[in-house]
Design a protein around this ligand. Structure first.
Ligand SMILES: Cc1cc2nc3c(=O)[nH]c(=O)nc-3n(C[C@H](O)[C@H](O)[C@H](O)COP(=O)(O)OP(=O)(O)OC[C@H]3O[C@@H](n4cnc5c(N)ncnc54)[C@H](O)[C@@H]3O)c2cc1C
Length: 523
């Protein structure tokens, strides 16, 4: 492909279902709707238009789903690339609820389509666990409550349950989405294309749209060998739109991320007992799942320009080892990359930008549900004049900053990593402090049980004060850590041990009397 993305090493290519070759467009075509791009967005909109009885053709520069749609991690999740709190902040709770409901419709669309068409090789597996590396049970329960306000079907998993399921002591509580699932995305896209064709869609591969004349009722689209005329055009070209419409292309930031699949790992299912999809950051790193029974698929790392695949593979393996040392050495069987398109506001671009010219793009890293949702919305908009797509109006087309935008995005990704790591360290530090405190309390309770009641009560009061001081110290410890002197502070343990072993030092000294200083001389 033009950007050098190859699927030769993709696990999906190695396990794809058989499909037929589709020829290039070589004759003039008059049609109701011309869709540009045969990724998930273009295929879904074309399928939905054809099912409503209109004629539709898809022009694809390469072949069906060669790009992000056939290379992604395969997580079908509700929501958007943008996080829910920010959406609510920007457009208000009621509006956010509508958008979230549409995003769930997208999840249902994919599930229903797989079931109804019986497409082979897609292998849906339920569940998504979004693990926190910093938040305990209370924080995650709070987040669950906020998510439920906007209509999410989500539950909190406490720390103990998470660690029972995923053998990683760095993990804390998690959000569990039982209705999310993961799939083989390439086989889904191929199944979607086949079903769209069964509904009447004509797909032309190796047929780039070279130029569009959007004026007039019938728009003209030139390809290398033929011209298409259509009153409606849908641009579903993601980051590959390029010179066809440079101004529109400039509203997306192309972000390349990587995915690997390991060789079979014998003890994988004992270390990772969860069969659904797992993410453990808010960013592009550490999204994983088990594929093929005993292989680990792991995605992460962001590059806004070319990177050396071997160094990326080493980094990803490093991520796996840091999180799951119990897996031992793991070998890479497949490594590939894909490029997603992200708008500045991190929400999809859906709607009619000029009479008859529609856009379905910018789905970011959350495209499996949102391309499905957009496909339905645009088909309904075109054929039935339905205006639900206008709910996305607050998210207009904004310039993504060109080269500078890329540099900034890469800088932010790299710059945020040390902070994220530091937050994780602090969370673990706090957990260890809590564990030490629990052990101290237990030991003290055992000791007090052996003491007379009065002495035990006095010791409890002293220990409480010491404990409070220690907590105040611990709360600020990570912040002070760098510039801290190398002398260890006196801890509550030291103090309590001192108090408990030498209680008599609190009494008055008997025997020797001190000679009074000054005063009248006796001689
Ligand atoms: C590594 C990776 C992991 C991801 N993981 C997930 C995930 O787990 N879950 C999730 O929901 N999302 C995920 N995503 C995002 C998701 O894959 C995308 O948002 C989605 O596939 C975008 O689909 P699309 O149809 O808009 O674009 P694409 O799949 O990029 O398709 C665009 C198509 O348009 C064609 N085209 C462009 N210009 C022209 C032209 N002039 N003429 C003809 N054809 C043209 C291209 O050739 C291409 O085939 C991931 C993305 C990546 C890269």
């Amino acid at each position: 492909m033009s950007d050098g993305e190859s699927t030769v090493d993709s696990w999906y290519e190695a396990t794809r279902v058989a499909t037929r070759e589709r020829g290039r467009l070589s004759f003039e075509l008059d049609i109701d709707v011309c869709v540009i791009g045969a990724g998930l967005a273009g295929l879904t909109v074309a399928r939905e238009i054809a099912k409503r009885g209109w004629s539709v053709a898809v022009l694809e520069a390469g072949h069906v789903a060669w790009a992000a749609s056939g290379r992604n991690s395969g997580f079908v999740l509700p929501g958007f690339h943008e996080d829910e709190d920010t959406i609510v902040e920007r457009i208000g709770l009621d509006h956010a609820k509508h958008l979230y409901a549409l995003s769930k419709d997208g999840v249902d669309y994919v599930r229903r389509t797989i079931a109804e068409t019986g497409m082979p090789g897609v292998d849906p597996v339920p569940g998504w666990l979004h693990v926190s590396k910093t938040d305990g049970d209370d924080t995650v329960r709070g987040r669950v409550e906020r998510l439920r306000w906007i209509g999410a079907e989500v539950e909190a998993w406490p720390v103990a349950r998470v660690r029972e399921t995923l053998n990683n002591p760095r993990y804390f509580a998690a959000l569990h989405y039982p209705n999310a699932f993961h799939i083989h995305p390439l086989n889904y896209a191929l199944g979607l294309a086949a079903d769209a064709e069964a509904a009447g869609v004509r797909i032309f591969e190796d047929t780039p749209a070279l130029s569009i004349d959007p004026t007039g009722v019938r728009k003209r689209i030139d390809t290398p060998s033929a011209r298409v005329r259509a009153p409606r055009v849908v641009l579903a070209a993601n980051v590959h739109l390029g010179s066809l419409m440079p101004q529109l292309a400039a509203t997306l930031l192309p972000i390349t991320t990587y995915v690997l699949v390991t060789e079979p790992i014998p003890m994988l299912n004992e270390v990772i007992r969860y069969k659904g999809a797992v993410s453990d950051t808010e960013r592009a790193d550490n999204h994983y799942r088990i594929v093929g029974g005993n292989r680990l698929q792991w995605g992460g790392r962001v590059r806004l320009w070319d990177a050396e695949p071997r160094s990326i593979a080493r980094s990803l393996i490093g991520d796996i080892k840091r999180n799951f040392p119990a897996l031992g050495d793991v070998a890479v069987a497949h490594l590939w990359r894909g490029t997603l398109g992200r708008a500045v506001h991190r929400m999809p671009q859906i709607g009619q930008i000029e009479p008859g010219l529609w856009v379905a793009s910018g789905f970011g890293g959350h495209g499996l549900n949102t391309t499905a949702m957009a496909g339905e919305l645009i088909a309904r908009g075109i054929v039935e004049n339905d205006e639900t797509w206008r709910l996305f109006a607050p998210y207009e087309l904004v310039w993504a900053g060109g080269k500078l935008g890329r540099v900034l995005a890469q800088g932010l990704y790299w710059g945020s990593r040390p902070f994220v790591r530091a937050e994780e360290e602090i969370a673990r530090y706090r957990e260890r402090a809590r564990q030490r405190k629990a052990a101290r309390m237990k030991a003290r309770a055992e000791q007090r049980a052996k003491l007379p009641a009065k002495q035990a009560a006095a010791l409890s009061a002293i220990a409480e004060v010491a404990e409070a001081e220690q907590e105040a110290f611990s709360a600020t410890a990570p912040a002070r850590a760098e510039g801290a002197p190398s002398v260890a502070p006196v801890t509550a343990d030291d103090r309590a041990a001192h108090l408990e072993t030498k209680p008599k030092e609190f009494g008055r000294r008997k025997g020797k009397r001190r000679k009074p200083k000054g005063g009248p001389k006796t001689n």
